[in-house]
Design a protein around this ligand. Structure first.
Ligand SMILES: Cc1ncc(COP(=O)(O)O)c(C=O)c1O
Length: 494
């Protein structure tokens, strides 16, 4: 079939060389060229807007030879940075399939059906009540925003006002309570929702990095005396710095007493509930009002895949409804059985979310769970939590390594120390060690600051990490550190 357009269509079998280039990329061989060879690939890819197109072959050639080889290696087995990784094959295949054949999540088609089914599977996997409703989002940022949008709707409705219709009442002041370790996307959500970043109160944490519920209760009482109403309490289940899990059960009780919404940010750590060694820490999550989680983190779904779950979808609907438009609802039939997929919306998601047009993301989660099942996902979480504990052991065995926070999930924060290195130089020394590790290319951990101390912070969610990568991180950190120590002895001022 031919089409009246300059763009090629219907020839995806020509992608074979590109798929081979992607497989080559995923072998992560040789030094990572993306940073070092920027001048070369930017020169090849740059230039001004072409008047005439170069055609599909030129595009596929650029993709295979210039773009993919200079892509981001966050799936490399030695990569343990931030909370990110690259997708495995089934999720990738599902993303490609939905790009081509499921390019809107609405209307009546297989991808639309899997959007809902995969959310049910996630709820079953994580032990959420079957009555909860989920909605896919672009990631943890928007999942937290949507969940807190529901919280806002609920809290203001308690005052007899519908904030989605009239906005926030000017005479009422609100606060959201979270741990001082809360992810900054929660502060941004509060900014967007009109609550204000400064009204997200960071409650102090204990030595394990967990929110202190008594401190939260005291602060809420003090704030009430000043006229602030508690809108929501956010429990983080897996903080981004150390993987700490806030006491969800105690915060549930506090939220009930204070008539506040309980939201759990499980963007990183929600899948940790699969590990029996830490499952108790999640006690109370099934009684939360909302939960955010990210299949694009520990599940290694293609990036752009988050989920917000809420207990009461009616609230989400009132907060996020797209009011009927003649060109949409006005064009729909009402019969459940449809002749054309375009006669009905199928499983509706655009009423509960930020996006009208959105890709089908559920198929990615469905594909991953169909491929590896509950068993495969549990095995991954156990392995990764085990890696963090193993690293903690290796750190404990070394006189030159020091652990900086307890291991709860799959993060282990540590640093290099040595008696010859003055305290004020230790942070910079560890910064230099990480820069060297990254330059060598086999290991890419990320870092954080813990009470003024610079920590090397591997976070294991990458399905390709092996035990040998964990061992190598401990070994190379020590070796590079000792090399810097001998240089420091030779020239202490330098
Ligand atoms: C606890 C937590 N919440 C929220 C986020 C933000 O998620 P995303 O990067 O998917 O927007 C992250 C990201 O690491 C996180 O760890």
């Amino acid at each position: 079939m031919s089409y009246p357009d300059h763009a090629a269509f219907g020839d995806l079998s020509r992608l074979t060389p590109l798929l081979e280039a992607l497989d080559r990329f995923n072998r992560f061989e040789g030094p990572d060229p993306a940073g070092r060879r920027q001048a070369a690939w930017k020169e090849h890819l740059g230039g001004t807007l072409p008047d005439q197109g170069a055609g599909l072959d030129a595009v596929l050639d650029d993709l295979s030879r210039w773009i993919v080889p200079n892509g981001l290696r966050n799936g490399h087995p030695g990569f343990s940075g931030w909370v990110t990784t690259s997708p495995t094959t089934s999720g990738t295949a599902a993303a490609l399939a939905s790009t081509v054949a499921g390019s809107q999540r609405v209307w009546v088609h297989a991808f639309n059906y899997l959007e809902a089914l995969s959310l049910e599977w996630l709820a079953q996997l994580l032990g959420f009540p079957a009555s909860w409703h989920g909605t896919y989002t672009t990631g943890g940022s928007s999942a937290n925003l949507i969940a807190l949008g529901a919280a806002r709707q609920w809290a203001v409705e308690q005052q007899g006002i519908d904030p989605s219709m009239t906005g926030l009442p000017p005479d009422l002041k609100w606060r959201i309570y979270a741990s001082s370790e809360v992810h900054h996307v929660v502060n941004r959500a509060a900014a967007i929702l009109g609550i204000g970043r400064r009204n997200v109160i960071g409650i102090p944490v204990n030595a394990a990095g967990e929110l202190d519920p008594e401190a939260a209760a005291a602060r809420i009482r003090a704030d009430r005396a000043e006229g602030y109403l508690p809108m929501a309490i956010v429990a983080t289940a897996g903080t981004v710095n150390t993987g700490a899990i806030d006491p969800i059960r105690a915060l549930r009780e506090l939220a009930t007493t204070e008539k506040a919404w309980l939201h759990v940010d499980g963007a990183y750590g929600m899948f940790g509930i699969l590990d029996p060694a830490v499952r108790d820490a999640y006690d109370g999550v099934a009684e939360a009002d909302s939960v955010a989680l990210d299949p694009h983190k520990w599940m290694a779904a293609p990036v752009g895949n988050g989920v917000a779950f809420v207990r009461d979808r009616g609230l989400l609907g009132r907060a996020f409804t797209l009011e009927p438009a003649a060109y949409l609802e006005g064009s729909m039939g009402t019969a459940p059985e449809v002749e054309s997929p375009f006669d009905a919306f199928g499983e509706i998601f655009h009423e509960f979310n930020l996006d009208q047009s959105a890709p089908s993301r559920g198929v990615q989660v469905w594909a991953i769970l169909r491929e590896i099942g509950r068993e495969g996902m549990t095995d991954r979480v156990l392995r990764h939590n085990g890696f963090a504990r193993y690293l903690s052991e290796l750190v404990g065995r070394s006189p030159h390594l020091e652990q900086l926070a307890p291991v709860r999930l799959s993060i282990c924060c540590f640093r290099f120390i040595h008696p010859d290195i003055p305290a004020e130089r230790v942070n910079d020394l560890n910064r230099d060690i990480v820069a060297r590790l990254r330059a060598e290319g086999d290991l890419v951990p990320s870092t954080t600051m813990l009470r003024g101390r610079f920590a090397i912070r591997p976070c294991y969610i990458n399905p390709r990490v092996r035990q040998s990568d964990v061992e190598l991180l401990a070994r190379r950190t020590e070796e590079i550190g000792l090399e810097f120590v001998s240089r420091f002895r030779d020239s202490p001022a330098g």
